[in-house]
Design a protein around this ligand. Structure first.
Ligand SMILES: [Zn+2]
Length: 257
């Protein structure tokens, strides 16, 4: 049976039986894969912390090609991201990143960009303290990688300019809508032209520079609602970790104001 070697980030694990765990991983070479970790629930867990969510690892797994479940053979920690796990606000953000990748990236499609975004996202999360722009950057970049980049340059219907007044955004049309076209397609959300500038920045900036981007006071909620609803229009359901980071952000803002 072929052996597969890759770097990976652990997305999640759950108990499969009294002795085994099922581990979902975003690998750098083979895309998202699921592996059975035999004896991982025993006291002498042969994988140790290397199968904890967010761990950046080097792994070997085996199984027939193109099957859906593989067997984990060996894993070494490259970086555990333990400091994220030790911080209540950061741990939920890391889990949210993992859950977004798990939801939006299909299995067994090699996708180096998604792996790199997750790794860079976790590295940035480890060092940054202002998480608003980091979370928004991660959301917008992942939607692009998954093939759902929103149209922000011109009207999604007529390809014309959207003007400088309140701008409409349609989730079905995947982008901004000009005023005349708003009579044909009802935008689900409207925002000031200033917000559009920040959305364009989010789609072009590198995630490691997230701490250079500060949203003007009051706009962070509007931008958050837009990216959140856009993701929701694709996932069709609320992610489990989302309410946690939402609560954290609200508490944080109330302290600042
Ligand atoms: Zn138009």
């Amino acid at each position: 049976m072929p052996l597969f070697k890759s770097e990976a980030i652990v997305l999640r694990n759950f108990n499969l039986s009294e002795t085994d765990k099922l581990v979902t991983l975003m690998t750098s070479r083979f895309g998202k894969v699921k592996c059975v970790a035999k004896s991982a629930r025993k006291i002498k867990n042969p994988f140790g912390a290397a199968i904890e969510p967010m761990s950046h690892i080097r792994l070997i797994y085996f199984g027939k090609e193109n099957q859906t479940l593989y067997r984990l053979n060996h894993s070494d920690i490259i970086h555990s991201f333990q400091s994220i796990r030790d911080d209540l606000q950061k741990i939920y953000t890391g889990i949210y990143f993992n859950e977004l990748i798990d939801t939006l990236i299909p299995e067994a499609h090699p996708d180096q960009n998604a792996f790199k975004l997750l790794l860079d996202g976790l590295i940035s999360l480890e060092s940054m303290n202002s998480l608003d722009s980091l979370i928004r950057l991660f959301e917008v970049k992942l939607m692009s990688i998954a093939g759902y980049a929103p149209q922000l340059k011109y009207c999604s219907l007529c390809k014309g300019s959207v003007g400088v007044e309140k701008i409409g955004f349609s989730f079905e049309q995947r982008g901004i809508i000009c005023a005349p076209c708003s009579f044909k397609v009802q935008p689900q959300i409207r925002f000031q032209a200033g917000i559009l500038k920040y959305l364009i920045k989010l789609s072009t900036m590198e995630i490691k520079h997230a701490d250079r981007l500060k949203f003007p006071k009051g706009t962070e909620i509007e931008i958050e609602q837009l990216t959140h609803k856009y993701i929701l229009s694709y996932t069709g359901r609320e992610l489990k970790s989302y309410p946690f980071i939402k609560n954290m952000a609200q508490n944080d803002w109330s302290v600042k104001s």
